[in-house]
Structure formats: C-alpha cells, structure tokens
Ligand binder design. Structure first.
Ligand code: PLP
Length: 376
C-alpha cells in the first residue's frame, strides 16, 4: 500500500471517529463549476444530447479549441486531425503513452513530478527514468541534466509547467532548448499544460506549441478540471501529430467510445459566458499564495518553494524530519492537517510536503496557526 493511501485511510479513520481534519491534500479548485456550464449542460440533457458522440469528441468543441490555439500561437491545428477530446487529462496521458511506447522504452520525467506520470508509463510497458532536480535550486532543471540520462531507449520526455507539486514554470529559453535537443534525438516531448491559466504575477507560461508550431515531436495535454473547477466532470484534450492522434482515437473508440456527450455540449455552450472565471479563480489563488509566502518568512523550521503557478505549496520540512511520510502522520495526529508527503512525487521530493492552497484564506490561516503553535 502506498504512503499516500495509508495517509488517506488514516484521514478517513480520524474523520469517522469525529475528528475535523483540515484537508490540504487534494488537488482540486475550491470553487463550484461556473453556473453557465452547469446550465448549458442541463440544457444539453433536455435536448437529448445523450447518445454517443464522435470518438474524437464533438466537432464544434474540437474546432473551438483548435481556433483558440491557432489564433494564439499561429499554429495550423486541424480539428479533424490534431486533437482528441478525452474523459479527463489523465486518460489522455494514458492513451498517449499506450500509443507511443514499445515495451522497455524509457521515458524521462524531471522530478518531483505528479505521481501518475511514472505509473502511467509503467502501465504502458515503458520504464520511467526520473531526472532528480535539486531542492537547493528550487527544483529548476537544465538541459544538461536531461542529456545525461538519455540512452538509445529514450522515447519521450514528460514536462509539466506550471508544475504539480513544485509550482515551478519552465522558462521559454529552456523550453526551446528542450525542443531542439529532443527533435534532433527523435524524442517525443509530452507537455502537460493543465495549469496554464494559473500563473502568478511576474511570471509567464510558455506553451510547447509556441516553440514547435508544426508539432513535429510534440504533444500537448490540457483539460477543464483545474481552469474551470470541473474535476469530477472528466473532460480533457490532447493535441498532437495526426498519426499519434489516430492511434489514440482507436484506444478511445474501443474503450470508452467517447467522452460524455452532454458534458462536451455543456462546455462548448457554457464557456463564453464564464470567460472571467479563470481570472476570478486566479485572483484567489494569488492572494492565498502571497499570504503563505508572507507567513512562511517567519516560520523558521519551514521553507516554502516560491510558487510561480498552479495552486500547490511545496514545503521543505527537513529541519524537522527527513521522512516526509512520518512528518505527514505527525502533522495529521498533532495538528489535524492532511498533506501529501513529498516522497510520493519522487525521491528528490523527500523532506518536503505538498499542500494545496486552492482553499479558503481562513483554512490557510488556521493551518499556519497550528504549525506555528507546535514547530514555531
Ligand atoms: N496533470 C497534472 C499535472 C495534474 O496535477 C492532474 C490532476 O491532478 C492531471 C494532469 C489530471 O487532470 P484531469 O484528469 O482531472 O484532467
């Protein structure tokens, strides 16, 4: 049983015993889904948009998304070829790895990284190769670190910016260097951009599409879960070269058939009316992040990596414990706070914990009060 599951089980057990746990472990926005999307989805149901859709996803939504990227980045994405709508971003990563990898292919993952990347690579028969980033350098990585671990079996590199769990953003010159190097060495770059609209002031998100407009060896993942507070709806998409997308369509056709039809219509018809929602959510994350940065200045036993995007605080607790699982149990038992142990994101995350600050300011103030009371 993984450490994170053990902690989740312990949280559930404490809650059953009547304890109130301050749960900062979940990576989901604390807002409800925008009402215009809910209303448009209900309308789609009333209009009986309840049958199967095209396996690639409804054409109108694919076109909307392609138009958006083409306008923004001068690309020439075609709704018939370059995009697949999926039931969530996670499923899109699974399709991508299943279509791309042969048994024994290696996939490079700069780490700490979101837990599912390595697991999905393994499910697809590949071998995840972590590129351990240095905490002293706030987990920034360089092209040289990637070059060092490339072998003849390297098939792909997974990047994620803004990053879950560190909140770091890959700067455009590094992105460009990564693309050039990978193109030369026939390595696919898989860019998870699911937090692209959660970027704090002073920082900028660069999409892989900006540096590889013709999608030679690039795949881009995105979705609605984080930007539109829709984690339970399950809707994501993947953009890539047509041959790769065709392979993924076969996987979708023969597994789930299509993403839920009325949800696709709900998003298509609802999102014009909630264009301001991502900014409204971002304002709240920005406030929470600034609050935490300020508070952590005076918490001498903790160091918060400065989040540049996403809504996670990656906190160095190594002055108190070098065993992040053990520390999370202490945090749970003494402060009644649930967090994720850093080691769950790879060995380089050991000595850290991850909290989500997609929550109320009051909850964060209470978190700080409780840890200050015990560990100063
Ligand atoms: N990618 C990253 C980096 C994530 O953190 C998550 C969810 O936590 C996902 C992808 C998957 O999102 P979903 O499957 O809800 O679209």
């Amino acid at each position: 049983m993984s450490a994170t599951i053990k902690i989740a089980d312990h949280v559930a057990e404490l809650e059953r015993m009547g304890e109130k746990i301050l749960n900062l472990s979940t990576g989901a926005p604390h807002f409800p889904t925008p009402p215009s999307i809910v209303t448009a989805t209900m309308q789609a149901l009333r209009e009986n948009k309840t049958g199967y859709s095209d396996s690639r996803g409804i054409y109108q939504l694919r076109k909307r998304l392609c138009d958006y990227y083409n306008e923004q980045f001068g690309t020439n994405l075609k709704p018939e070829e370059n995009i697949l709508i999926t039931p969530g971003g996670k499923q899109a990563i699974l399709y991508c790895m299943l279509s791309l990898l042969e048994p024994g292919d290696e996939v490079l993952i700069p780490s700490p990284a979101w837990v599912s990347f390595a697991e999905i690579v393994k499910i697809a028969g590949g071998i995840p190769v972590t590129v351990d980033c240095n905490s002293e350098n706030d987990f920034e990585f360089s092209l040289e670190q990637i070059q060092k671990v490339v072998t003849k079996k390297t098939k792909a590199l997974i990047i994620n910016s803004p990053c879950n769990p560190t909140g770091k953003i890959i700067k455009s010159n590094l992105l460009n260097d990564i693309h050039q190097f990978c193109k030369k060495n026939n390595i696919f770059v898989f860019s998870d951009e699911i937090y692209d609209k959660i970027v704090f002031s002073g920082y900028e998100h660069s999409s892989l599409l900006q540096v590889d407009q013709t999608l030679q060896n690039s795949v881009i993942l995105n979705g609605f879960s984080k930007t539109y507070a829709m984690t339970g709806w399950r809707l994501g998409y993947i953009i890539g070269p047509s041959e790769l997308i065709d392979g993924m369509v076969k996987l979708q056709q023969n597994s789930v058939t299509c993403p839920t039809t009325f949800i696709q219509f709900g998003v298509l018809n609802g999102f014009d009316e909630c264009k301001s929602f991502p900014q409204h959510a971002l304002n709240s994350y920005q406030e929470n992040r600034d609050f935490l940065l300020k508070e952590f200045e005076s918490l001498k036993n903790f160091r918060l990596i400065k989040p540049e995007g996403a809504f996670y605080g990656f906190i160095d607790v190594s002055k108190l414990s070098t065993d992040s699982v053990d520390f999370c149990f202490q945090l749970l038992n003494t402060c009644k706070v649930a967090a994720v142990p850093g080691v769950a994101f790879g060995n380089s995350g050991e000595g850290f914990i991850r909290i989500s600050f997609a929550t109320s300011k009051d909850a964060l103030a209470e978190f700080v009060r409780r840890i200050r009371a015990i560990w100063g």
